[in-house]
Design a protein around this ligand. Structure first.
Ligand code: AFP
Length: 359
């Protein structure tokens, strides 16, 4: 096995030889995250046998019902990463405030941000879920990180990845030189390199969006989706397929494997919310991966990795995947539209662009 397969550890060590002065902290942090993903994979695969199905009766900072696995996954990320001396602090979807390392543990040079279990509403119905993580450099290495330290643009990330807990468990990772997939051998307990330099085709024939929100979409999004639905009889001149798993990690993995585009745009369903997905630990890591794979990641108007965060749990409109499709969606957002049909009750949208107050 070891003559024909490369382990995650070997891949990381060979990658770091390109950085002669590296201390190994970066690699050890990624390997700690991989351990957390193995623990979560085990719990997810046991399902009801592990007594992890269902809700804990609490709600998290997002106001969402916490699943038992949300809490287990959050604990796994923290316990696996807090002791190693690589991080100065962590941000989790499940924690109101940044996690400060307990006293005995040394503070390191990196920041770890994660959604420990994405798609958790799919757990009870046994549909693929995942974990998403992002690694930044700590502005003050060796000191407890403050919330402000995490508010860095996506372009500042030094690594990003996700684990998908599906029929197989896979870890997809970029450290800034392409996107690579590692598949978990559950018996050996090791991630083995299975695909290198994944790429997203520029064209797409599948798109993913939650259609139940149609009446809340901007005119630009409605236009894009309607043209896809018109298929070969419409202006796009070809038929499209629709997919919606309601687990972003599963959508990302499909798009990296066979192309496509994903839209969870900012909409007027809740005007106080600038989007559903979280910028720091969902859109930015996925955006880094998609752009490293030759795709494009956008707010719908502008590159998501250039967006300056203002809060650790900030939400944002998110469109990613095939470069040509995302660029077309951005172009549609720049065009003007006749006064929108008031019966669609879209008070938030001016007749031009996305929102009166900019993106
Ligand atoms: P949960 O983790 O609460 O299930 O949310 C998953 C998610 O953030 C993302 O993974 C999905 O693409 C999106 O929400 C699904 O949203 P809808 O439930 O509105 O379709």
């Amino acid at each position: 096995m070891l003559t024909t397969r490369t382990t995650l550890t070997r891949f990381l060590i060979e990658e770091r030889r390109r950085h002669p002065n590296s201390s190994g902290e970066f690699n050890s942090l990624i390997l700690d995250v991989a351990v957390a993903c193995k623990v979560i994979s085990r719990q997810v695969s046991l399902g009801a046998l592990a007594g992890v199905i269902g809700k804990v009766g609490e709600t998290n900072v997002q106001g969402e019902q916490q699943q038992k696995l949300d809490v287990i996954a959050n604990d796994a990320f923290i316990r696996a990463s807090e002791w190693g001396g690589a991080v100065a602090g962590m941000v989790s979807e499940e924690l109101d405030e940044p996690y400060t390392l307990p006293e005995p543990y040394p503070k390191g040079r990196y920041l770890l941000l994660f959604d420990p279990l994405d798609g958790s509403s799919n757990i009870d119905v046994n549909v693929a879920v995942g974990s998403v993580f992002s690694i930044l450099k700590a502005p003050h290495p060796g000191q407890d990180a403050t919330a402000a330290d995490f508010l860095q643009k996506g372009v500042e990330q030094v690594a990003a990845g996700y684990a998908i807990y599906g029929p197989a468990t896979a870890l997809v990772l970029t450290v800034g030189r392409g996107v690579h997939e590692f598949t978990l051998d559950q018996t050996v307990g090791e991630f083995f390199l299975t695909r290198q330099f994944l790429t997203v085709p520029a064209q797409a024939s599948e798109f993913a969006i939650n259609h139940s929100n149609r009446r809340f979409w901007s005119p630009a999004v409605r236009r894009y989706v309607d043209e896809c639905l018109q298929g070969s009889a419409g202006p796009r001149g070809k038929d499209y397929n629709i997919r919606w798993v309601a687990s972003m990690v599963a959508e990302v993995h499909r798009i990296l494997t066979r192309g496509g585009v994903f839209l969870y745009p900012r909409d007027s369903k809740d005007p106080s919310r600038p989007g559903r997905l979280r910028l720091l630990y969902e859109a930015n890591p996925v955006g880094f991966i998609i752009e490293q794979a030759g795709g494009r990641a956008s707010t719908g108007l502008t590159p998501v990795l250039e967006h300056q965060p203002t809060a650790i749990h900030e939400r944002i409109g998110f469109v990613f995947g095939a470069k040509d499709e995302v660029e077309l969606i951005e172009a549609y957002h720049r065009e003007s539209y006749p006064d929108t049909d008031e019966s669609l009750d879209i008070p938030l949208y001016a007749h031009r662009g996305l929102f009166r107050s900019g993106d």
